[in-house]
Write a protein of this length. Structure first.
Length: 313
């Protein structure tokens, strides 16, 4: 069997369709089917149950796919080793960034990175955490920037920085006269939240875990925009929490409504994450060094309490 044949097996296992898998592998469907059949004949087993729609792995097929992932990943490391030895840092690199981090961190490091590493072609996607984890495990992303810890043994994490939560309190609110606030000052029913699927929302709910959410009085909000939350807060419809870096671009008028938490400040941990296979680790290291270098000048908090991005039930 060959590495290419194993890649075909992995594609069918992922897409559960021979035609779609062939398209993704840039080969014809008969070619892909023939190569997979050769492996099955060589091993004298069936990897796929073709009688089911969509196609399913057989019991032995599931074990073969897990081993195939290891083999394909380890084979990929050979190219990494050669490129690193030659001092070459280049090629395509696919990175995902969660929506609440993308607008602030990407402008901070992207220009520096592409100037320093002109041979790397970054393919950047804005994805939520669940999509990122799935794509990392399927090999469709090389790395990502997300809130951590994720508590996933198949994902490695390198902490880039700690970003405190900052309260946005409109004028005439009961705690607007305080210079610093505590978690106990928050009322979860007053906090305007991002829509489901955002880990920053889950972080806020974890921060206020000792409070139970009541029924919203007159509206239900489904928004992915901090700007929308700020405008609603200004209309007297509640308060909200923002990531620290997002507050740097607010108007001077809006900055007057910000309230820092007392230490230890609740914060999210932002990390560069990547699969355990460590493919393209030299590019991952280059990203880490570039991002860490630019972030140090903008954010340096140590006495923080890390709030989990994982939704607690």
């Amino acid at each position: 069997m060959t590495i290419t044949q194993l890649q075909y097996v992995l594609a069918v296992a992922e897409y559960k369709n021979f035609t779609l898998a062939a398209d993704k592998c840039f080969v014809t469907q008969p070619t892909l089917s023939m190569q997979i059949q050769k492996i099955e004949e060589e091993l004298n087993i069936l990897i796929f149950d073709r009688s089911k729609k969509p196609i399913q792995l057989t019991a032995i097929g599931q074990k073969i796919v897990e081993q195939a992932k290891n083999i394909v990943n380890e084979a990929g490391k050979i190219k990494d080793i050669v490129e690193y030895q030659k001092g070459f840092i280049g090629g395509e690199f696919r990175i995902g960034i969660i929506p609440t981090i993308m607008p602030t961190i990407l402008p901070m490091f992207l220009n520096n990175f592409i100037k320093k590493y002109p041979k790397i072609k970054l393919i950047i996607e804005e994805l939520n955490t669940n999509e990122i984890i799935t794509r990392l495990k399927n090999g469709h992303l090389d790395a990502a920037i997300a809130a951590t810890p994720l508590e996933d043994e198949k994902i490695k994490e390198i902490v880039l920085y700690y970003e405190p939560f900052v309260a946005y309190i409109p004028d005439n609110h009961s705690v607007s006269n305080k210079t610093e606030i505590e978690i106990s000052d928050l009322n979860i029913d007053e906090i305007l939240l991002l829509q489901d699927g955002h880990c920053f929302r889950d972080g806020i709910l974890n921060l206020c875990k000792n409070q139970k959410m009541g029924a919203k009085n007159s509206f239900q909000l489904e928004s992915g925009s901090f700007e929308t939350l700020i405008k609603l807060a200004d209309e007297g419809l509640g308060t909200t929490l923002l990531p620290y870096l997002h507050t740097l671009d607010l108007s001077e008028k809006n900055k007057l409504k910000l309230r820092q938490f007392k230490e230890p400040k609740p914060a999210r941990e932002v990390s560069l994450i990547y699969p355990q296979s460590e493919l393209k680790i030299h590019i991952i290291d280059a990203l880490r060094n570039t991002i860490s270098g630019v972030v140090k000048g903008a954010i340096a908090f140590q006495n923080v309490q890390i709030i989990s991005p994982i939704q607690k039930k």
